[in-house]
Design a protein around this ligand. Structure first.
Ligand SMILES: CC(C)(COP(=O)(O)OP(=O)(O)OC[C@H]1O[C@@H](n2cnc3c(N)ncnc32)[C@H](O)[C@@H]1OP(=O)(O)O)[C@@H](O)C(=O)NCCC(=O)NCCS
Length: 173
């Protein structure tokens, strides 16, 4: 498995990944709405993602986006926010990632994080913050397995998850 930059060849796989997360009503990681991913979607959003990577989208932390693929199979997504803005610290964390629901439990989530943490280190980051809904047992398990150190649990709110308790974990790189 590898993490690659977004590219047109995997758009249909990406759409299936988004569809599965929506179909299973997964609120912990909200990908693109599948119905918006049409033939023009990649070219239509390319410039926006490039700006996002450079931190040029008003009010948003710079965010690197990768797709996890295994041969021609689309596996998941990895996002890295490289600055500790207020929103990163109290809501979204440094890392957002997800695995296609039909591929859960095969070690892909752990592998994505291994590769993703190496990217964070190469970006010059010394630590990353994971923010995890306390009901998200699988993500908590993977984070703790990779050395996540619990700092605290805070009250949080966002549209997808509603009011919830949010665990904040640091991983030192
Ligand atoms: C979290 C997620 C990425 C894990 O992906 P995955 O490919 O299933 O991960 P892995 O197979 O590498 O590991 C899953 C681990 O969680 C464990 N696990 C799964 N469900 C669990 C549960 N309910 N309670 C405790 N542990 C659980 C598995 O046993 C496995 O542990 P092991 O490696 O020690 O055997 C995946 O569930 C997902 O995409 N969830 C929705 C998006 C999300 O929550 N993203 C993170 C936001 S913070």
């Amino acid at each position: 498995m590898q993490l690659i930059k977004r590219c047109p060849e995997y758009v249909s796989g990406y759409k299936e990944f988004c569809q599965e997360l929506y179909d299973h009503n997964i609120v912990y990681f909200r990908p693109t709405r599948p119905e918006s991913i049409d033939e023009d979607w990649f070219s239509r959003t390319k410039e926006w993602y490039e700006k996002k990577e450079l931190g040029l989208i008003e009010g948003q932390s710079p965010s690197l986006h990768y797709w996890a693929v295994d041969g021609d199979k689309f596996i998941g997504e990895f996002q890295l926010r490289t600055e500790f803005t207020e929103k990163v610290l109290t809501d979204i964390g440094s890392i957002g990632y997800g695995v296609k629901v039909s591929q859960w439990g095969k070690g892909y989530g752990t592998e994505i994080l291994h590769l993703g943490l190496a990217i964070a280190k190469a970006q010059g980051m010394e630590k990353v913050l994971f923010t995890i809904n306390e009901k998200n047992a699988a993500s908590i398990h993977v984070c703790e397995k990779l050395g996540g150190r619990l700092e605290d649990t805070i009250d949080a709110y966002n549209e997808a998850e509603g009011q919830h308790r949010l665990r904040r974990y640091w991983i030192t790189l």
